[in-house]
Design a protein around this ligand. Sequence first.
Ligand code: CTP
Ligand code: MG
Length: 165
Amino acid sequence: MVPAYIPNPVAALCGGGTPIDFCRNYTDGRRILGNGKTYRGLICGVLAGVLIGLVQIWLVGTYHWDLPRQTILSVTLLALGALLGDMGKSFIKRRLGKERGEAWPVADQYDLVVGAFLLTVIFDPAWFFAVVTLPVLIAILVITPVLHRSVNILGYWIKVKKEPW
Ligand code: CTP
Ligand code: MG
């Protein structure tokens, strides 16, 4: 999950500039995604996730670290899926009338898991079902909200994030 966990904090660090929705509104008169989703955040986040995945592949190949077998495809799907999940969540948030940055418990924590799982299941199901076994799934469901909250509080302290969630 590391290639899926990295993109969000990196997007928060380097995000800004042109919003992915180009400031356009949806049919309901509200923003499609909002100013919290930018091209710079998306690109830097995905690149960082893929980069960390390549390091994992290198550690397994060179030092025989006992990590799940990643491939360039799996790390790309995990990193891209994490931020697509985040965008999907923002899209639904805006439809529900929630402002950018407003907390949406559960969805804010698990959006990246849903996105990363969806992309890997669709485009690399063999990898998904070999790696994401029931105990792994349970571990992910337990670890993700704890990690999410901790990193966001840290981001709030160092003034990278406007809200501690
Ligand atoms: N970010 C970005 N591009 C992305 C994702 C995130 O630039 N694709 C940056 C934005 O600066 C954003 C910050 O990371 O404000 C934190 O991300 P997140 O909490 O997901 O966004 P919110 O601002 O809370 O917006 P939303 O309510 O839509 O989730
Ligand atoms: Mg947020």
